[in-house]
Design a protein around this ligand. Structure first.
Ligand SMILES: *Cc1c(COP(=O)(O)O)cnc(C)c1O
Length: 412
């Protein structure tokens, strides 16, 4: 399904002309389609079947309204901080379906997760295992854990979002895992529950995911032989989406690869999907401030910037940019689409053929994941509003920040 499409020369999201959203709420504004998110979730849940718990990776888009939407669909949640735990709680998510990942969990975060009764803490180092045991001991609880193993496979993605290589900071080398599982099994404050693995993000090739799952399966059997029963396998997330011309795995193909690698293993499965559920369900609406010609280059200066959408600056990521009103304005020119931030790295697109004039509205596509989530107030820029489309209506999920919001924590 494409939630965003032209009708009569106007770009719509669901049944709402995006111009109406900009007229009501201004720009820059993030706009998400409820139908698109629900459909992606249902497609993965159906393909993976009832033995798999789909957890939404909160960091991709942590807005409370979006968490509520996934909670209502039966999703669990993959969190990476105490802050995200609090978001799931306030959104009414089921805390017993929460997996807690991340290399740097603090004492307070571990305690909060144990008190909340989360499904599993995915432990990323021997030191963290001992910290979890210590905190659990203080609380008089047993901590349900998986070890996050690093299978040393190259996911073939951008190096900033590859997490399963030997050189990566994430997880425990899979060869060292059996010994650490044996230690964990001897700790009375620890309940060994699962094996976890996550090799990276924006994965387009299923082979590395299959290879990682096979290594996890081999570890499962090894632990079984050591007398350490494993109840669930958490295969991580990272399924990619189409930003430009990529061919990302379909839910069915993804499910089949996992199924094949894990055949005959009677453990429950967990996946942690972020980008694949929300990435193409969102756009960033922005208005053209100026067209500027430097002689050798033309710039389309818009009111959104790297502080609003960091992916192009951080990863050189490519986002499609569409005029909200098609076939208007001037002939297409090849332009860099840039924001007002004082950095040469502040761009949304480079050398892009675009027909746009000052005052035009543009939609930056594929902005639902790691968009608002990575935004900042750099250059003292209040962050955008966020809006949820629902059929012919839309509602605010987060109002635009004001300067008072930004300055209220500071003292002169
Ligand atoms: C970020 C992350 C995910 C989700 O990644 P996507 O590419 O958004 O699917 C899943 N699991 C862990 C441990 C993560 O850090």
């Amino acid at each position: 399904m494409t939630a965003f499409a032209y009708r009569g020369g106007q770009l719509y999201g669901e049944d709402v002309p995006l111009e109406a959203v900009a007229a009501a709420l201004g720009t820059p504004t993030y706009v998400y389609s409820r139908a698109a998110m629900e459909q992606q979730y249902q497609a993965f849940a159906a393909a993976l079947g009832a033995e798999t718990q789909v957890c939404y990776a909160v960091k991709a888009n942590p807005n409370l309204g979006i968490l509520r939407l996934f909670a209502a669909l039966g999703a669990g949640f993959d969190i990476v901080s105490g802050g995200e735990l609090e978001r799931v709680r306030r959104a009414g998510g089921d805390l017993r379906k929460v997996v807690f990942s991340g290399v740097g969990k603090s004492h307070a975060e571990i305690a909060a997760a144990l008190e909340a009764g989360v499904f599993c803490l995915n432990v990323e180092s021997p030191a963290e295992l001992h910290r979890v045991a210590e905190v659990a001991g203080h609380l008089g609880r047993q901590a349900p854990i998986a070890l996050r193993v690093n299978p040393d496979v190259d996911p073939g993605t951008h190096r900033y979002i590859a997490t399963g290589l030997a050189e990566s900071k994430f997880g425990i080398p899979i060869a060292a895992a059996p010994e650490l599982y044996a230690q964990a099994a001897r700790l009375p404050q620890i309940a060994v529950r699962g094996i976890a693995c996550h090799i990276g993000s924006q994965l387009l090739d299923l082979a590395p995911l299959g290879a990682a799952a096979e290594r996890v399966a081999a570890l499962y059997h090894r632990l079984h032989d050591m007398g350490i029963p494993i109840q669930h396998l958490d295969l991580g997330g990272g399924v990619g989406i189409r930003y430009r011309d990529e061919s990302p795995p379909t839910p069915a193909a993804y499910a089949e690869v996992l199924q094949r690698a894990l055949a005959g293993i009677p453990a429950r499965r967990v996946v942690e999907l972020g980008r694949a559920l929300v990435g193409n369900a969102g756009v960033l609406l922005t208005r053209v401030e100026y067209i500027k010609d430097n002689g050798s280059k033309t710039f389309c200066v818009v009111d959104a910037a790297m502080n609003d959408l960091l992916r192009p600056a951080l990863y050189g990521a490519w986002h499609e940019i569409l005029p909200v009103r098609a076939g208007r304005a001037s002939p297409a020119l090849t332009m860099d689409v840039v924001g007002p931030v004082c950095e040469s790295g502040d761009f949304l697109a480079k050398d892009r053929p675009l027909a746009a004039a000052a005052g035009d509205l543009l939609a930056v596509m594929g902005a639902g994941a790691y968009g608002f989530a990575m935004s900042s107030n750099y250059n003292t820029r209040p962050r955008p509003a966020e809006v949820l489309l629902d059929g012919a209506g839309f509602r605010l999920l987060r109002r635009r920040e004001t300067l008072d919001d930004l300055l209220s924590l500071e003292e002169v």
